[in-house]
Design a protein around this ligand. Structure first.
Ligand code: TXA
Ligand code: MG
Length: 334
């Protein structure tokens, strides 16, 4: 595994200074690691795209340190739906997309009139953003289309050109935030995450909620341009199974949802996401397991067990299908 040389530590003041000076800081959130830059500085944001090798049509999330800071970013911060959602879920894994103010640079939103904002819950992230005193634009800190990072080593494995890596250990939730867009008297779910549709309904009882629809083609009609069919992919073929074949080829790695006794002996490496079958624990371990399989030189292909699509299980299966998509169709995402 190639690790790039990247300064790593827990120096918040230094990381904040780098952000203020137009540099790049990778930092932990409760979901995944983000690759942060000053969200109001177009040149700094441009470096994110360069380091991630991300196509410029994919807009970024602005991370704020206090809920009130959304007032400078959203055109209608007093919108009752925005107030209800931010009040219920911030700090936390919910990203709100709504009409933006002129101060938000076009490079953050890919020229769209809306901006995505969230206040993360991770203590290091909050301190970093507050100390820097600016909204921090941050996509997940991985190369475009590749596995999301849930540990600092995952960031080091993929990215070059990051000025500082704030080390917060393993992230607690493990899948990216739920994204909703707000317009008129309704909200639309753009990406499933830890905040479930049921929780959203409770927070905004009167609102029309348009459910999440997985994309049907590679790039048609995308409400969120980055939400493609193929994403989060490991470097090795990945297959989702409900029942493991009796004979698996040598060189196979198997990721089980729960403990499965005898199947273990057949595989090169096996990982259990949650021995007790806890979906939250499985989500927290999902990307770490895929990274481990990607790093194991004896594993040539990965099998992963499907799980129940309930609660955060919807987000887990969404990520798994996208990670497996190019292998199930023979298509290369990059
Ligand atoms: O949990 C998370 O959300 C992590 C951490 C770092 O906060 N961030 C993250 O960022 O997942 P990223 O860039 O990997 O995914 C953000 C998604 C993209 O798919 C993008 O298309 C969508 O948010 N997005 C951003 N701005 C949008 C907008 N104005 N309208 C619709 N979708 C938007
Ligand atoms: Mg991402």
């Amino acid at each position: 595994m190639l690790m790039s040389i990247m300064e790593k530590g827990t120096d918040i003041a230094k990381a904040a200074e780098i952000l203020r000076n137009g540099g790049l800081v990778a930092f932990p959130t409760e979901t995944v690691y983000g690759l942060g830059a000053n969200g109001l500085d177009p040149l700094a944001v441009a470096r994110i795209y360069e380091v991630k090798q991300r196509p410029s049509f994919d807009p970024l999330i602005l991370h704020i340190g206090k809920p009130e800071d959304m007032t400078g970013l959203f055109r209608n911060p007093d919108d009752p739906l925005i107030l209800a959602l931010s009040g219920a879920f911030w700090p936390g894994p919910l990203t709100i997309v709504a009409e933006k103010q002129a101060v938000v640079p076009g490079i953050v939103t890919s020229g769209m009139s809306t901006v995505a904002v969230r206040m993360p819950q991770n203590e290091l992230a909050i301190q970093l953003i507050r100390t820097a005193g600016i909204p921090v634009a941050a996509p997940s800190a991985n190369l475009f289309g590749k596995l999301s990072p849930t540990m600092p080593q995952h960031v080091q494995k993929q990215l070059k050109g990051v000025d500082y890596l704030l080390d917060g250990g393993k992230t607690s939730i493990g899948v990216e935030s739920t994204i909703v867009s707000v317009s008129g008297n309704g909200i639309t779910l753009l990406r499933p995450g830890a905040v479930t549709p049921e929780q959203l309904r409770e927070a905004v009882p009167g609102a029309i909620i348009t459910p999440y629809r997985a994309p049907e083609t590679e790039d048609s009609g995308l409400a969120a341009p980055g939400l493609m069919k193929s994403h989060y992919s490991p470097e090795k073929p990945l297959y989702i199974f409900s029942k493991l074949p009796r004979q698996i080829k040598p060189g196979s790695g198997v990721i089980f949802f729960t403990e499965k006794g005898d199947a273990k002996s057949k595989a090169e490496e096996t990982i259990v996401l949650s021995p007790s079958g806890n979906l939250l624990e499985a989500a927290a371990n999902l990307f770490t397991a895929l990274h481990d399989m990607e790093n194991n030189p004896f594993v040539q292909r990965i099998f992963i067990e499907q799980i129940e699509e309930r609660g955060i299980g919807v987000a887990i299966m969404d990520r798994m299908r996208k990670a497996a998509y190019r292998h199930s169709t023979g298509q290369q995402a990059d």
